[in-house]
Every structure is written in C-alpha cells, then in structure tokens.
Write a protein that binds this ligand. Sequence first.
Ligand SMILES: NC(=O)c1ccc[n+]([C@@H]2O[C@H](COP(=O)([O-])OP(=O)(O)OC[C@H]3O[C@@H](n4cnc5c(N)ncnc54)[C@H](OP(=O)(O)O)[C@@H]3O)[C@@H](O)[C@H]2O)c1
Length: 230
Amino acid sequence: MTRTVLVTGGTGTLGNVVTRRFVEDGHRVAVTRRAPEEIEGLSDLTDRLTLVEADVTDEASVQAAVDNVAGRLGPIEVLAHLVGGWKGGEPVQEHSLETWDRMLGLNLRSAFLCSRAVLPAMQQGGWGRIVLVSARTARSGRSGQAGYAVAKAGVAVLAETIAEENRGSDITANVVAPSVIDTPANRNSMPGAVPSTWVPPADLAASVTFLASEEAGQLRGAWLPVFGSA
Ligand SMILES: NC(=O)c1ccc[n+]([C@@H]2O[C@H](COP(=O)([O-])OP(=O)(O)OC[C@H]3O[C@@H](n4cnc5c(N)ncnc54)[C@H](OP(=O)(O)O)[C@@H]3O)[C@@H](O)[C@H]2O)c1
C-alpha cells in the first residue's frame, strides 16, 4: 500500500539511502533538510520527492514542516526520524553542558517533537509507523559519551512509551540501534578501523523500511540491534 512518509535528515548518509528506498517502494515521500538547496545524492529523484525545510529541534519549525507535508501529500502515516549526531570524548566530570544540551536536543528533543507532531493524524487515520534511531551506545560502551548515550537511551524509551500509549491501534513506534555505520565521516575520522565490520547504510535502511511496513505491525517498542560484525 502506498503511504505518506516523512524522512527527517535526508541529506545525511542514512537519510539518503532510506529516502531512496521509500521512493523506490512507491510511497509518497517528503524529506527534510535544513538548507533550501537540492539534496546531493537524491537529485535524480527530485521530481518524486517533496522537500521541506526544517530545524527539527525547533517546535514551530517541526509543526510547520508537518503541516506543509500534510497539505501537499496528505496526512503523514510513516515517520522515519533519522536526524541525530554524536559528540563524545569527555567523561562525566568533564562533560560540558554545551555537549550535554546539544546531544539531548539533536537526538532526543527532535525525536519527541517530530513524533508528537505526527501522532494526531496517525491516530485519526488509525494507522501509523514511527521509526526512530537509537544506538548501541544506549546500552553499552558509553564511556565518554554521557550526553549521547542518555539521549539515545531516551529515544528508545520514547518509542516504548508511544507504543504503549497506542496499544490497541495499528500505530507502532520502534527504534533501530546501530553500532558504527559505514559513512564517509566515520571513514575519515577512524582511518585505522576496518569498515567492513561496520553497518552498511543499505542494511540499516532495510531495517528502517521493514519497521515502517504493514508486516511489522506486531512489533511495538522494539530496540532492534543492527551491530554489523564488530
Ligand atoms: N554514523 C554512525 O556511526 C551512527 C551510529 C549510531 C547511530 N547513528 C544515528 O543514525 C542516524 C543517522 O546517522 P548518519 O551518520 O547518517 O547522520 P548524518 O550523515 O550526520 O546526517 C545527519 C542528518 O541530520 C540533519 N540535521 C542535523 N541537525 C539538524 C537539525 N537541527 N534539523 C534538521 N536536520 C538536522 C543533517 O542535516 P544537514 O545536512 O543540514 O547537517 C543530516 O541530514 C542519526 O540519528 C545518528 O545519531 C549513527
């Protein structure tokens, strides 16, 4: 069935791949980016994509983007909220408030704002899929990453809460929890590492689109580990 899908973070590595998959699967797809330019890597799909500008940490911006998409494509039925970011390297006693606030804002506040904005239309339509991105760090290997780990653990709890609140309907919320994704940024920052042990973006995208599918309707509040072979 064709659904109306909102992907946040379409300019990102995962965002690019997930967006392409949803389009190729025949859905009506809107994708957020922060700058008004075309999205590099998706320029061949411009005719089949609805681009919206949004800062997903900003309440008004998120609501405006959701209203914009609903007006152009119809009510959002699938949210794939992929925006996130990492900063670490500071143990708790040295963790700056700036890092803490940035990690909570970019990863957790954004997931809350986007989920909250799409839920009323999903509840009205009786069907919805929310897919958020946690991380392996939410559960292990947290040293030096307090803000990020807490935020990604919070994202998982948010999905569990939404799943619980919407029990009895066909609205689900789940998270994928990758370890290291094989991105150009990670290859640049970890030149000695072995990228073949990391998670290929296409494999992670397959997990995201599965959680967004009709068939995943019985999965509620799942934390899906996608760890690669590392
Ligand atoms: N990379 C990893 O190894 C890894 C591991 C575990 C989990 N994750 C999670 O997986 C997800 C995707 O990761 P990725 O590496 O593909 O990310 P990425 O390439 O860094 O892309 C991040 C995306 O978020 C967008 N963004 C950042 N701040 C925003 C804001 N305030 N409003 C709207 N958009 C904003 C960026 O847009 P701009 O282009 O405008 O900056 C970009 O599209 C994230 O949630 C990340 O935390 C990643």
